[in-house]
Design a binder for this molecule. Structure first.
Ligand code: PMV
Length: 339
């Protein structure tokens, strides 16, 4: 590692960009061992880092109130609390480079809605890790970035599976199994997916904790759901490869039903899921931790996604037309502005 750091320069400036994600199958059950299928999307977190080799660790974040959920705006956590996972991401990156006394000055901008199931915290952590290490002359490989991101992700989410940081780091469409198995899926045609925010925001930590508790107390029923979700994930991969939207939509519908059964959906999610199906989507489901946050709908094409998005907006949702981010985390040290 020291070799990689020989070029470290006081004040070297680096920047990084990392995408958010949607989960097509397997959220929550992935924490308990089922594979998940997820896709990086073109909503990003950005970080810049300046090395201060003998200095302090400073983090500034631009998190506009407009992208915090209503609940978070009302009980806005103090800045120190909001910034702690970001500090952890930077600190653990420096530790992994054996730069324990070094400092870094970080600026973060997150353009992914927060607390909405789109992986904003993981994307921010991944961008900080990549930028911090580049500011010290090291380009970490993807498995290492994912591993370091467990620190801040565990601080926020308790026991994360790792799917969020893996999707953000690798980009594209992946099948993921805990703790670090990533299979990239390359498709001829990408599905047209509409994302819609319920505008009801919540805490992933509480939801993941409730599922783990339920899995312990209701183990028989849980085991059967876990094996069904594992099969759904495998079938989702096959349907994606064949470009079979009808099959993929049905699998998404069934996955949503199982998430309802384990108590992580929300009436607003169920309402938007139903509305999307009635409006002609092949299938729809919540995505991410649930309890509010976002749902996704599989549409025939972009035009249909636009039309169905209009229907969901009239039902109180905030639709986003997203596309695949194929690159995952990208970083630079030459002052190139990442957009
Ligand atoms: O925090 P979210 O909403 O992006 O959801 C992450 C996915 C979960 O399966 C609910 C948790 C995990 O770590 O896998």
């Amino acid at each position: 590692m020291t070799g990689a750091l020989q070029g470290a320069t006081a004040g070297l400036y680096a920047s990084a960009r990392a995408p958010g994600k949607i989960i097509l199958a397997g959220e929550h059950f992935v924490v308990l061992g089922a594979p998940a299928v997820s896709m990086a999307v073109n909503l990003h977190a950005f970080a810049t880092a300046q090395a201060t080799p003998d200095g302090e660790l400073k983090v500034e974040a631009n998190i506009p109130l407009s992208i915090l959920g209503r609940g978070e705006r009302a009980s806005r956590p103090d800045t120190k609390e909001l910034l702690e996972p970001f500090r952890l991401a930077a600190r653990e990156s420096l530790d992994s480079l054996e730069r324990r006394k070094a400092g870094v000055s970080i600026e973060v901008e997150c353009k992914i809605p927060i607390g909405a199931g789109l992986g904003s915290s993981a994307a921010t952590a991944v961008a900080i890790i990549a930028a911090t290490s580049r500011a010290y002359g090291a380009k970490l490989d993807r498995p290492r970035i994912c591993q370091i991101a467990f620190g801040p992700e565990s601080y926020l989410h308790g026991s994360p599976s790792g799917v969020d940081q893996a999707t953000s780091t690798y980009g594209g469409l992946i099948q993921f199994s805990k703790p670090d198995k990533v299979k990239r899926l390359r498709l001829k045609r990408m599905p047209s997916i509409l994302v819609c925010d319920t505008n009801v925001h919540r805490s992933t930590k509480g939801l993941v904790g409730s599922v783990v508790k339920r899995a312990r107390s209701d183990s028989e029923a849980f085991r059967s759901r876990l094996s069904e979700v594992s099969e759904i994930s495998a079938s989702v991969v096959r349907a994606l490869r064949r470009g079979d939207d009808v099959e993929l939509g049905e699998l998404m519908n069934r996955n949503h039903e199982l998430l309802v059964q384990i108590g992580v959906s929300h009436p607003m999610l169920d309402k938007l899921v139903r509305a999307a199906r009635e409006a002609g989507a092949f299938g729809a489901k919540m995505t991410g931790a649930g309890g509010g946050g976002c749902m996704i709908a599989l549409c025939e094409d972009e035009e249909e996604a636009f039309r169905i998005g209009g229907v969901l907006r009239r039902r109180g949702g905030s639709p986003y037309l997203v596309s695949l981010d194929p690159a995952g985390v990208v970083s630079s040290t030459n002052g190139t502005v990442l957009k």
